[in-house]
Design a protein around this ligand. Structure first.
Ligand code: TYD
Length: 145
């Protein structure tokens, strides 16, 4: 199973301000993201105390970037939870499939940009935590055997 990890992007600084970029991979070019980018969405204007997510994806791979402000992403593989505090626009969190994820503690003005490996598909979501635990146990058993 792929592990979640932080990916750093180039950061070009000059006195006019900083610039970072993300390039997708091609046939003969290895970009910054380990999947083909099919969709980009972003979450913003999150009221204080609200959280987003609370779901898992069966197959979707994602890269989460705090392009402005900060927030905490909690990833749960069904056995273990890991927290990632994102507060730099030059780094992203790679989220492999099969992770229950929650995003909370949004700072004021935070923008959470997500690069995704597939178009929007509600059937790829698991929105019930018990169902997620069942899914992740079966997935683990299949990987082991
Ligand atoms: P959802 O993924 O549930 O948001 P959260 O990250 O908080 O869990 O999406 C919220 C709503 O937006 C839901 O009705 C589906 C819709 N949506 C799209 O239409 N396209 C998209 O790319 C995304 C991410 C969501």
């Amino acid at each position: 199973m792929e592990e979640p990890r932080i990916i750093e992007f180039p950061k070009i600084c000059d006195r006019r301000g900083n610039l970072s970029f993300i390039e997708g991979s091609g046939a003969d070019f290895e970009g910054h993201v380990p999947f083909d980018i099919k969709r980009v969405y972003w979450i913003y204007d999150v009221p204080g105390g609200q959280s987003r997510g609370a779901h898992a994806h069966r197959t979707l791979q994602q890269l989460i970037v705090a392009v402005s402000g900060s927030f905490t992403v909690t990833l749960d593989d069904g056995q273990e939870k890991k927290e990632f505090f994102l507060n730099h626009p030059w780094m992203g969190l790679y989220v492999p499939p099969g992770m229950w994820r929650n995003i909370e503690d949004f700072s004021s003005g935070a923008v959470c940009m997500v690069l995704a490996s597939k178009h929007y598909d509600e059937s790829d979501y698991i929105r019930n935590y018990r169902q997620f635990l069942k899914f992740s146990n079966e997935r683990r058993k299949n990987k082991i055997s």
